[in-house]
Design a protein around this ligand. Structure first.
Ligand code: GLN
Ligand code: ZN
Length: 764
């Protein structure tokens, strides 16, 4: 019989109970005992749910108190030295200190989990002796067995991926760390074997990214040691997010099963199987239900796919499963009672995906319960969905086709634009500005809520926003900033704000997914063609410009960022969705320009995180991302200055692409890798306007003038003062008002000093 399997289930709970439990513990509203028992209740509920749905292989140890990677590093005793850990069990308190920082020690860094929006805590290997502090998969297995009589499948992050994701070692020490940690993995697996565990899922998503010959030798060594040490324990070597590299060698590893993604990277994975076959003695975990998106699967297509796989591997050797952990999708559609029916009927969150997995498994086993009626129902639902007017905006396609045929270039090259803009804007050397948002104070957030609830009418709310803009225009003038902003007080979030005003989006009530720690996000859903209805940022921007003689910079979120932070439709390519967004935003840019706004910033903080995992696909992604940016910004006159802003990642490997965006000015967040970025300008000259962020906005600390001066001096060693801008490294919405004003005052002081120094130099 073909079996059904899940790779992981969301931990946040149907009503985000998990988040609430964590936060109450951190705020000392509940004690550790209460936390642990609340979490256990949630955890067991999730297991029962999967059991009731009919899942055969239910994952355990996918649950976490914060993050599964942090679980792994604390299990292996890899506690950074600054936490002064002396071995033994890692307390809940210490665990959270590593994740969130303590009075005396900064938190470990966090970063994106592959190409998802989930962030993990980066393990720091450094100068530590690893030790097994606890066997988490074993505890989870025993709990499921004792409490619910479930014969579960523990999940463990694979050693190869774990070390790849870690930092604190040099490239040539990679294998040393593998060798150091391998005995601990052996211990974990042997204990599981002794406890009678049948299957363990070992996650190795790193196998979908380029593997060298040395990597392969290391992987072969890991799995032959593990297989020999616990011969009765069956390992499901699980990959996801893309097709695996070095297929022929990987499938020959001495493991009992190989899990492949047949949603993302399906084509290549299938081709591998067709070309090279699949080993007769192994189980194939077929990830046919998308763990990354919120749409219903096409059951008959996936059924056909499974049928052809079954012919290859036989029915005892096939598992029907999710493409990756369901961590990346919301929990349950039951509470989505506000969504238009035509859209809701074609959606599936985690719980609905469990049903799909089971239906497909039953269908392939020929015990058809409901599968055929489901297919008919889905067909009807998709037909209605596809006929929605918003999915058939022919003129959008036609215009975009025409636009694509043009070069999407500014009418005048940068060198000439520069002079024209200088003349028009009359900016001093080293102009100062900010990235857009000012503090979202409690009053601002409350005002927005009152207005959303209908307790404040439009007029009252507008008056409030205008008063806030007035106040901050005066503050900016008093500080002596050169290019002002309106402050973004009307925006909750830089994607939601635009999504609510554009056509083609819907917003869910309960579509939460974990982003990092207890923080959850609710991505908008792009279900149709994106259309521009009316100007979105004009009112506030024009109002701000009317209050001052200094130039005000208009502010919008770029197409790639809006796309990367949304759940998107699947029937057209991401590239086309990006162009639709770009075309809509182009109309916004034109409206701002027509209203006399001299500078327009199009934020693209999320370009880097959408980079494909396969290196051979990266350039094409960057190319069309840049084309989308240029579609948004290229129609303005030479004298209109286009800014952009990027953050969150290391940009040194994409400087060439950044240059071809052809923005007049770019600001880049560099707080964590400032030196590295400056270094990359030593090798590459950058000709256009650039602001490297002279202070880190992520901390409440007000940096001294001297700190900013040294940042400016360093940057001016590699960048011409003609093009250098001075600004904080990101938006200021999370900061307090006094901090913000004090820091900006120091920034302006540092700028005045730098200008004076430059003048002296030119006089000499
Ligand atoms: N303009 C936005 C702001 O200042 C940019 C935010 C971002 O970089 N993520 O808030
Ligand atoms: Zn930023």
């Amino acid at each position: 019989m073909v079996k059904s399997s899940v790779l992981g289930y969301p931990r946040i709970g149907e009503q985000r109970q998990w988040k609430k439990a964590l936060e109450s513990f951190w705020n000392e509203q509940i004690n550790e005992q209460q936390l642990l028992s609340q979490l256990q209740e949630i955890r067991l509920q999730h297991l029962s749910k999967q059991k009731e749905a009919g899942i055969d292989l239910i994952p355990v140890n996918d649950f976490s108190l914060y993050d599964q990677v942090l679980d792994t590093s604390t299990m292996l005793g890899l506690i950074p030295q600054r936490f002064q850990y002396n071995g033994g069990e890692v307390s809940t308190q210490l665990y959270y200190e590593i994740a969130r920082g303590s009075k005396d020690a900064t938190a470990s860094e966090m970063t994106k989990w592959f190409n998802t929006n989930y962030h993990y805590i980066v393990p720091e290997l450094g100068n530590i002796e690893p030790q097994l502090t606890v066997n988490r998969p074993l505890l989870a297995y025993q709990e499921a067995k004792q409490q619910l009589n479930i014969e579960s499948k523990p999940v463990l992050l694979g050693l190869f991926t774990f070390v790849k994701l870690s930092k604190g070692y040099k490239a040539d020490q990679f294998n040393t760390w593998i060798e150091k940690l391998l005995p601990l993995y052996v211990q974990i697996l042997q204990q599981l074997e002794q406890a009678g565990v049948q299957w363990i899922q070992v996650d190795e998503p790193a196998l979908v990214q380029q593997l060298s010959d040395e990597d392969l030798v290391i992987i072969q060594n890991i799995y032959s040691v593990l297989a020999q040490s616990a011969p009765k324990l069956q390992i499901m070597l699980q990959t996801y997010f893309e097709s695996i590299e070095r297929y022929e060698e990987i499938v020959q590893l001495p493991v009992a099963g190989i899990g492949l993604d047949f949603v993302h990277g399906a084509k290549q994975n299938l081709q591998h199987i067709k070309q090279s076959g699949f080993p007769a003695n192994k189980v194939l975990g077929a990830g046919v239900i998308d763990g990354r998106n919120i749409w219903k699967a096409n059951l008959s297509e996936q059924h056909q796919l499974l049928q052809s796989l079954k012919e290859k591997v036989g029915d005892e050797q096939l598992w029907v499963q999710s493409s990756c952990s369901l961590l990346h999708v919301p929990v349950s559609l039951t509470r989505e009672d506000k969504l238009p029916e035509a859209i809701r009927n074609v959606m599936a969150y985690a719980d609905e995906k469990l049903v799909e997995i089971v239906q497909l498994t039953q269908a392939i086993n020929c015990v058809d319960i409901g599968y055929l009626t489901q297919i008919e129902q889905d067909k009807a639902a998709f037909a209605i969905f596809n006929n929605l007017e918003q999915r058939n905006q022919q003129q959008v396609y036609a215009t975009i086709d025409d636009l694509k045929k043009t070069g999407l270039e500014r009418s005048v090259p940068f060198a000439n634009r520069y002079d024209e803009q200088q003349q028009k804007l009359e900016l001093p050397i080293l102009p100062t500005t900010t990235i857009g948002s000012f503090p979202q104070s409690l009053e601002v957030r409350q005002a927005r809520q009152l207005w959303r609830k209908g307790e404040w009418n439009e007029e009252r709310y507008n008056a409030f926003i205008e008063a806030e803009i007035d106040r901050w225009i005066i503050i900016q003038e008093q500080l002596g900033l050169d290019v002002l902003v309106h402050g973004e007080f009307e925006r909750t979030d830089m994607v939601e704000f635009f999504g609510e005003k554009l056509g083609g989006f819907v917003f869910t009530k309960n579509g939460w997914v974990q982003s990092y720690g207890s923080r959850c996000v609710k991505p908008p859903v792009i279900y149709g063609d994106v259309t521009f209805n009316e100007p979105m940022t004009l009112k506030e921007t024009v109002y701000a410009q009317e209050q001052t003689k200094k130039p005000v910079k208009g502010m919008l979120t770029g197409p790639i960022t809006i796309m990367n932070w949304s759940f998107v439709r699947q029937d057209i390519a991401r590239e086309e969705i990006a162009y639709q967004l770009a075309y809509a935003l182009r109309q916004e840019v034109e409206a701002l320009e027509a209203a006399g706004i001299p500078i327009i910033q199009v934020d693209e903080p999320a370009v880097r995180e959408g980079l494909p995992l396969k290196s051979e696909e990266q350039q094409s992604y960057l190319d069309w991302s840049i084309r989308a940016f240029r579609m948004t910004t290229s129609s303005v006159q030479a004298t209109t200055q286009i800014h952009t802003h990027m953050c969150y990642c290391d940009f040194h490997d994409m400087i060439a692409s950044i240059e071809s965006m052809d923005a007049d000015v770019i600001s880049i967040e560099t707080s964590r890798s400032h030196g590295e970025l400056i270094g990359s300008f030593e090798q590459n000259t950058y000709p256009q306007g650039i602001g490297l962020g002279v202070y880190d906005i992520h901390s409440p600390r007000v940096p001294a003038v001297a700190e900013m001066t040294s940042m400016i001096d360093r940057a001016l060693q590699v960048l011409s003062p003609k093009i250098f801008w001075i600004n904080p490294d990101c938006g200021l919405k999370t900061r307090k008002e006094t901090e913000t004003i004090d820091a900006l005052r120091n920034m302006v002081t540092a700028t005045l000093e730098a200008r004076e120094k430059l003048q002296l130099q030119t006089v000499e």
